[in-house]
Design a protein around this ligand. Structure first.
Ligand code: AVJ
Ligand code: FE
Length: 406
């Protein structure tokens, strides 16, 4: 009985926290901005707002309790696969007030159903609250997506943005270790096998399973993510103009876009750079991890330094040593870190509970990101968590660290 109550409490708290975060993020934004297409890459914020409610209705009311849909049309307009993000403003989507009311209505029925389900039985969807954990994590993942959309709004300074910084920066401001005093350089990780992935079922995604032994030869990895100071040296050394540093796709991307620095950076004169951060311009802080670089930029930087990106297995093995004296640091909660690896299922992968979360993205189009950013909720932040995106994407909170042969 104790276990059941704990799981239920955890679910109620998790759902409540996710919703408080969603509503808090959007509260200072006026309706016109919520409905606006800020960028071709992103949905209008009001689409994400109702999409999380629709996903919750689908999984926690319709699949779990056989409840009828609030509106059958929502299966079309709020299905992320049916319409590209740039087309979403022209869909018949709910306005901000209706989206909030829809989400709240779904939530109150979800809590009624929760009181009736068996979290301790044989149904794999329900066991240990799996499907509830999936819905909580889904909402937090969309909150991170919304934070990327808000950062793309040129003239909107969100009142909470002071706290939206890499965890190591926030810690340094509250008297902890200053980012600039973290020893630089790299650390050697011994070769050998380690256990990659997890067999946990509750509150983790299918793509993290099954756990297995993986053999990794010895390698070196940066102690910290690459900082703005280091990245600037690459920029000022002409890294963006040296085609030898870029892969073929990367060079084509660089030529096509004319990119010459991370997204949101602006050159202010000889050796001086500013960046736009949530609607305000500031000097680029030298000791922060670089953010808003594509995989191609990370790959070119690594080559410039005579290094390479870590594989996903190397990253996860190194993360097992996070925080040890002399070990790698800031692996969770600073920036997503690009790795060299394409997205695939681990040997023995079984899709659960639906192919569209992970499996349909397997292949060589996507690169894996690890570690979680400052925008990632702890419910989604763990060393086994796997994120992915196109190698050209930069609006996400992505940086990287380098690796090399030992
Ligand atoms: C895992 C972050 C790539 O945002 O497309 C959200 C997460 N899946 N809704 C995404 C997700 C379904 C996904 N990423
Ligand atoms: Fe989604």
């Amino acid at each position: 009985m104790g276990v059941i109550v704990d799981t239920e409490d955890r679910i109620v708290a998790g759902l409540g926290d996710a919703r408080a975060r969603t509503l808090g993020l959007l509260a200072p934004i006026d309706d016109a901005d919520l409905e606006r297409q800020v960028s071709d890459l992103m949905s209008p914020l009001v689409w994400d707002l109702a999409h999380v409610g629709h996903y919750e209705e689908l999984w926690l009311l319709r699949n779990l309790a056989g409840a009828p849909p609030t509106n059958e049309l929502f299966d079309d307009v709020y299905d992320a696969f049916k319409h590209p993000r740039r087309d979403r403003p022209s869909l018949p989507i709910l306005g901000p007030a209706d989206a909030r009311a829809f989400d709240a209505g779904v939530r109150s029925r979800v809590l009624d159903v929760l009181a009736t389900v068996d979290l301790d039985g044989d149904d794999p969807l329900l066991r240990d609250g799996f499907v509830y954990g999936m819905v909580v994590q889904h909402e937090h993942q969309h909150d991170e997506t919304m934070l990327a959309t808000i950062q793309l709004m040129e003239h909107f300074a969100h009142p909470d943005a002071d706290d939206w910084r890499p965890s190591s920066v926030l810690r340094s401001e509250t008297g902890g270790q200053r980012a600039s005093s973290v020893p630089e350089g790299d650390v050697t990780i011994d070769g050998g096998t380690f256990l990659m992935g997890t067999d946990e079922h509750a509150w983790v995604y299918d793509n993290e399973r099954p756990r297995r032994e993986v053999e990794v030869p010895p390698f070196r990895i940066d102690r910290t993510p690459v900082t703005n100071r280091h990245y600037r040296a690459f920029v000022e050394d002409g890294g963006y103009d040296d085609d030898r540093l870029w892969g073929a796709d990367g060079w084509a991307w660089r030529q096509r876009t004319g990119a010459d620095s991370p997204l949101f950076w602006r050159r202010e004169g000889e050796g001086a750079w500013s960046r736009r951060r949530y609607g305000r311009n500031e000097e680029v802080p030298p000791d922060e991890p670089v953010q808003h670089v594509s995989w191609h930029e990370a790959d070119a930087f690594a080559r410039w330094r005579g290094a390479r990106l870590p594989t996903e297995a190397e990253w996860e093995k190194a993360a097992g040593h996070d925080g040890e004296p002399g070990g790698p640091q800031q692996m969770l909660g600073d920036v997503w870190e690009w790795t060299a690896t394409d997205f695939d299922g681990y040997p023995g992968f079984v899709s659960f509970p639906y192919r569209e979360y992970s499996e349909v993205f397997f292949g060589n189009e996507y690169k894996m990101l690890r570690g979680g950013s400052w925008a990632t909720d702890p419910s989604v932040e763990r060393v086994t968590f796997r994120n992915w995106d196109y190698p050209i994407r930069r609006q996400i909170f992505a940086g990287f660290r380098c690796a090399a042969e030992a």
